[in-house]
Design a protein around this ligand. Structure first.
Ligand code: ADP
Length: 516
């Protein structure tokens, strides 16, 4: 059987002693060796750190074991060092052991040498393995803390009672606080009050043996704002399975929650709108149907000629008004789709607002007066500018029909004037008014501030008006209070430039909404 290799660094001045030593060693090993006599030679030899063991004499003319031990220490190498001396006093031996020698023995009594070497090699091997294991632990700690501090998700570690023991920078950013502010605090203090019970429930579940949880909850940031998170909580247990720590991986999902909420509101608004729209579209049909049925019966029975002309005209008047109403509703719906699709036709041309206003007033006069309102138009001078007459017609018509609808029986006033480089259109009524908190909302799509059962309408007129006014670079505003009437003021620049978002003219330029 071939012997194990042993690389020995011998620190010994006496060649005969070295020879004896080697003879002993070769009984157990295939020996490779180098003999050094000085400090420098030993340092040189240790540059190549391949030695399994150092065997050193105690006292030499130009070197000694204590100095050799110091050279080994400085090299940082873990090579077992055995002191072999002619005579060793107890004090010398203890000194050497204190300085790091692994063992000592007396020259000529070498029976213990081989077993001692074997033991030292084994122990050095154990030390090496432990060192490597520690290095590996340190490396993985570094890796982990790199991940911990740099991942894009928040991580928070707490004890079972929720006291924070570690957070990463991302978690601190999510909850809007510094890492130092969070340390040793209780997590529950930062959780939204409405979500605190669910968080405490998880703590009880952990006591009952639960080990992993996924929840959505809100934290409150230092500035008071809410942040929605998705949290995966894991329980870290000790070797015997006892829960020790909680680690939560936390993702900010505020944007998703906001989008979900917006979607929910949008769906609700759309559903409400659909139900109002179907009601609104059905109302004129219900009014139309009996008149048409009556006329059909008269024709069928050959009695049409017997009906007095005023009566027939009245019946046709009902039919016409309902058709007009349908037209307005459908026109509104079409405008909305065109505006949303960016296809609202805007054809600007030189337009006199006084002329246009007077024409609209003439068209709506009858309908307004039918509600019992008087109608006062003030337009003392021509107000000429470059506008889309169809669009401006829609704006004025929508405002007037609202004034008639919500100011029933009270005077409705339309004023058109020139103020500097702007045209101002004022529509005033003395009706139900609009509470201040509703005044922004009514310009939004589908928004109404009155109950559907009292007033018809799709909640579109003002939104459409605003889109048209803004596409002319103008403004629309309301001044009103409850039961005190409303004043809508539209201002249009006389020669407004078309803003960038303004829509190109569409192919068809059919009339849009008229009176409601
Ligand atoms: P609608 O066709 O439903 O009237 P609008 O967009 O024209 O839709 O108006 C939106 C809401 O604004 C109305 O439902 C009403 O609550 C309120 N509103 C508009 N004009 C007036 C007004 N002159 N007086 C009181 N409330 C008004």
């Amino acid at each position: 059987m071939s012997k194990q290799k042993l690389r020995v660094l011998i620190v010994e001045d006496n060649p005969d002693d070295a020879e004896l030593l080697l003879r002993e060693l070769t009984r157990g090993y295939e020996v490779e060796y180098q003999r050094v006599l000085t400090d420098e030679a030993m340092r040189e030899a240790l540059h190549n750190p391949r030695w399994d063991i150092i065997l050193s004499d105690y006292q030499m003319p130009s070197f000694d074991a204590m100095a050799a031990l110091e050279v080994r220490r400085q090299s940082g190498l873990d090579i077992p060092f055995i002191l072999i001396s002619g005579t060793i006093g107890e004090e010398t031996a203890v000194g050497a052991l204190k300085a790091g020698a692994q063992d000592f023995m007396v020259k000529g009594k070498m029976a213990r040498l081989l077993p001692a070497i074997e033991r030292e090699l084994r122990e050095a091997q154990v030390r090496r393995e432990r060192r490597e294991a520690m290095d590996e632990v340190r490396r993985s700690q570094r890796r982990l803390s790199g991940i911990f501090s740099q991942v894009a998700v928040g991580i928070v570690e707490s004890d079972l009672g929720g006291k924070i023991t570690h957070v990463n920078a991302r978690f601190a950013a999510i909850v809007g606080r510094s890492e130092a502010e969070l340390m040793d605090k209780s997590l529950i203090d930062f959780i939204h009050a409405d979500d605190a019970d669910a968080a405490l429930e998880i703590v009880s579940d952990i006591r009952r043996g639960g080990r992993s949880f996924v929840t959505e909850k809100r934290y409150i940031r230092a500035d008071g704002s809410e942040v929605w998170v998705n949290e995966t909580i894991s329980v870290v247990t000790s070797a015997d399975g006892t829960p020790e720590l909680l680690v939560a991986v936390v993702q900010d999902i505020t944007d998703r929650k906001r989008a979900e909420e917006e979607l929910r509101v949008a769906v609700k608004v759309r559903d409400e709108f659909l139900s109002i729209a179907s009601h609104e579209l059905k109302t004129p049909i219900s009014a139309l149907q009996p008149q048409v049925a009556r006329m059909a019966r008269l024709v069928r029975e050959g009695r049409l000629g017997t009906v007095p002309p005023e009566k027939l005209e009245w019946m046709l008047g009902v039919v016409n008004r309902q058709i007009d109403r349908m037209n307005v509703l459908i026109g509104n719906l079409l405008d909305v789709t065109r505006i949303t699709a960016g296809r609202l036709p805007t054809v600007r041309q030189e337009t006199d607002l006084r002329e246009l206003g007077t024409m609209i007033a003439g068209r709506l006069q009858e309908a307004i007066q039918k509600t019992g309102s008087s109608f006062i138009v003030t337009a003392n001078e021509p107000v000429v500018g470059s506008w889309d007459p169809m669009g401006v017609d829609t704006v004025i018509s929508n405002l007037l029909s609202n004034a008639a609808k919500f100011g029933e029986g009270q005077p409705v006033e339309l004023t058109i004037e020139k103020i500097g480089e702007r045209a101002r259109i004022t529509v005033r009524d003395h009706g139900i008014g609009i509470p201040p908190e509703e005044q922004n909302r009514i310009f939004l799509r589908f928004e109404r501030a009155v109950p559907a059962e009292h007033y018809g309408g799709l909640g579109l007129g003002l939104w459409i008006a605003r889109q048209i006014v803004e596409s002319h670079g103008g403004t629309i505003a309301v001044e009103s209070s409850k039961n005190k009437g409303s004043t809508f003021v539209v201002e249009l620049p006389l020669q407004g430039t078309v803003p960038a978002q303004s829509t190109p003219p569409g192919p068809a330029h059919e009339p849009r909404t008229g009176a409601h």
